[in-house]
Design a protein around this ligand. Structure first.
Ligand code: SF4
Length: 448
């Protein structure tokens, strides 16, 4: 008998830093490398080359990226750097002159070529390892779906447009095809991401492409509707409150899209928003939130806020706190303003001292925690659908309701949940709550 011994494929280690968008980039790169015959290495020691996908959004993220590169150099020594910090190749090379290559964000071909140079692939007609949906770094049951790259705005605290360039939207048919494959491979939740989801398609004038016998425009509403038809949960992230967001609300009422909006308001005071140069800075947004909730009463709104932006006064913060009390947002993340090298806000007058930033941050977090606790307490006794993320050995399980995105929102902790698996969707009676999480029991353990 002739036995063909397959050559050992080279192994790539991956360190992926930063936001979900960077994670999607890592998935895309690893999918391509897997297609080229590479194996992944779970540790430095077994890797022929280590790829570090960096984040350069804030100075603290840059420092974290440099530390990760340093660790990979010390542990392995054969390192390719990519991602947002790749734009600052000179900074990286100054600190680590022996890195093999530095490539920037979305330079997929360059980074794959650099890995090929560092550890050449071993051609084999017998190796075809790419699963239909590509290689994923998230659990099988949820997937990030990146619909565009870059951003056309110029917010004063942000260097993303400088790092990633202007808005470049993907074709809607390509996005839906990718989503279809993900759902076929077991994805139960599609998390739509971009820098500004509401702006999707602006750069290509909302051009329509044929998809299964009809035309689908490159537009948030059309895309959301088509994604909703695939049967998975569809969650919209990074939505700016432009007027056409109103059109997504009926899709939520129809059950095509989750009743959830992640809107990065960043502040409420008109004076601060103006100085921040925020898009969709609409003074009537509170009224719009009221209108949305009339149509979709269980709409969950998550947002993030920056405290201590240059020039922010006590009055601005009082305005924000009153606004938050009125808006009753479900989930709030707060950040203290951090000066980023290259961002216009860094050189603005009236920088706010750190201790004042901290006080303002604490005030926003305390109010948001109280509102969140009250809103969650109101759910005790009701039934809610929960997507299971993990199960334990003692009959318990943890998942998320439609109001909870992975990693950033709360969770639902279940007792007596034996028989459930990650990816199951189960109806749950809510028994208790705290500031961020719900506690409950499955109503039935028949699963979706
Ligand atoms: S919308 Fe503003 S904060 Fe968001 S990526 Fe664009 S410039 Fe940065």
């Amino acid at each position: 008998m002739n036995v063909t011994t397959l050559p050992k494929p080279p192994r790539v280690g991956l360190v992926s830093l930063g936001c979900p968008k960077a994670l999607v980039d890592s998935e895309r790169i690893m999918t391509k490398l897997r297609a080229d015959g590479y194996d992944m290495s779970p540790d430095y020691a077994g890797a022929d080359v280590v790829l570090v996908n960096t984040c350069g959004f804030l100075d603290s993220a840059k420092e974290e990226s440099l530390e990760a590169i340093g660790e990979a150099m010390a542990e392995n020594g054969r390192v390719v750097v990519t991602g947002c910090m790749g734009k600052e190749a000179d900074v990286i090379r100054e600190r680590f002159p022996n890195v093999l290559a530095v490539t920037g964000p979305q330079q997929y071909e360059e980074v794959v070529a650099a890995v090929h140079d560092a550890a050449p692939p071993v051609p084999s007609p017998f190796i075809d390892l790419v699963p239909e949906a590509g290689l994923k770094l998230t659990p099988r049951h949820y997937s990030y779906l990146k619909i565009s790259e870059g951003c056309n705005h110029r917010c004063a605290f942000c260097i993303i447009p400088h790092l990633r360039g202007g808005l470049v939207s993907r074709r809607p048919d390509a996005i839906i095809r990718e989503a279809e494959k993900l759902v076929a491979a077991g994805t139960k939740e599609l998390l739509v991401i971009s820098q500004d989801t509401s702006a999707y398609g602006v750069d290509i004038r909302h051009k329509a492409w044929p998809w299964k016998g009809q035309d689908v425009r490159a537009h948030m509403t059309d895309l959301s509707r088509e994604l909703g038809k695939l049967g998975a949960w569809v969650r919209l992230h990074y939505v700016y409150p432009y007027p056409h967001v109103n059109d997504a609300i009926p899709l939520m009422a129809e059950g095509l899209v989750l009743p959830y909006l992640d809107i990065p308001f960043q502040h409420a005071s008109p004076a601060v928003l103006r100085r921040m140069r925020r898009p969709a800075n609409d003074a009537k947004v509170l009224q719009r939130i009221r209108n949305w909730r009339e149509l979709v009463p269980d709409l969950a709104i998550r947002s993030s806020f920056v405290l201590g932006f240059p020039g922010e006064t006590d009055e601005d913060v009082a305005y924000l706190l009153a606004w938050l009390e009125e808006a009753q947002l479900d989930r709030v993340g707060a950040f203290k303003f951090e000066a980023v090298d290259g961002a216009p806000a860094t050189s603005m007058d009236d920088q706010v001292p750190e201790d004042i930033k901290q006080e303002r941050y604490d005030a926003v977090m305390a109010l948001s925690a109280r509102i969140s606790a009250e809103k969650l307490a109101a759910k005790v006794g009701s039934a809610t659908d929960v997507l299971i993320d993990r199960v334990d050995d003692e009959g318990g399980a943890t998942g998320r309701s439609k109001a909870d995105a992975p990693e950033i929102d709360g969770e639902v902790h279940l007792r007596d949940a034996g028989g459930l698996q990650p990816g199951d969707i189960v109806s749950v009676r809510v028994e208790d709550s705290d500031e961020h999480d719900l506690y409950g029991v499955p109503l039935e353990v028949s699963v979706a």
